[in-house]
Design a protein around this ligand. Sequence first.
Ligand SMILES: [Cu+2]
Length: 236
Amino acid sequence: MKKGVSLAFAVAFTGLWLSQVWAYEGGSVKDGGTISGVVKFKGTAPAPKKLDINKDKEVCAKTAKSDPTLIVSGGNLVNAVVSITDIKKGKKMEPQKVTLDQNGCEYKPHVLAFSAGSTVEVLNPDGILHNVHSYSKANSPFNMAQPKFKKTLTVKIEKPEVINVKCDVHGWMNAWLFAAENPYFGVTDNSGSFKLADVPAGTYTLEVWHETLGKQTQKVTVKPKEEVKVTFEVGK
Ligand SMILES: [Cu+2]
C-alpha cells in the first residue's frame, strides 16, 4: 500500500516537473519589441572543406559540395540558431509544416528550425534511395528508407529538442532539426543575421547554438516597441 502511494507521488511530481520544464503560454502580444543582431565568428575562418562524393555520383556529384558544419561568410556565422530560452509567455506558438529537401543529395536547409509540435516534410526529388535517420532522445528516433518512388515522407516532432539527421546511404548528408520550445527562434542567414519579433517587454536569456561551436548566452532587455541590437562572438 505504502509503495503504491509513493509511486503515485513520484508520478505526480514527475508530471509537475515536466510541465515546469516546458511550459509556454501563447497569446496576443501588445507593444512587443524586437531582438535583432548578428553572430560573428571569432578567429580566422577555416577554408571550406570539399566533400568527397563517392556514391551515386551521377546524381549526387552534379554540384560540388562543401562541409556544412562550419560556414563563415564575411566573418559572420551562418546556420546558428538564436533563441530565447526562458520566456514563458508571448506570441502564439503555431505548429508549422516545414520542408527538408534532399535535392542533389544534400539537405536543404542544413539547419531547420521550427516550433515543437510541427510537421517536417522530407522530400526526395533525386530518383535514388535516401534514408532519413534521426538521432533523437526526447522524441522517438526515426530511421526511414525513402526509395526513389517515395517523394515525400512526413514526421511530426512533438517535443523540444535539437536533432541530428543523417542519411545512411550517403555518409556526407547531415542536417539538424531545431525543435524550439517557444516561438522565439531564428537561424542566422548568409550575413549571420537574425531577428526575433513581437517579444513582450522584459529581460531574457538569449542563446546562440551552433553544431560545431556549441552554445553561448547573454542577457537581453526588451523595451516596448523598441528594437534591441545584439552581437554574439562565437569561436572555437
Ligand atoms: Cu541520401
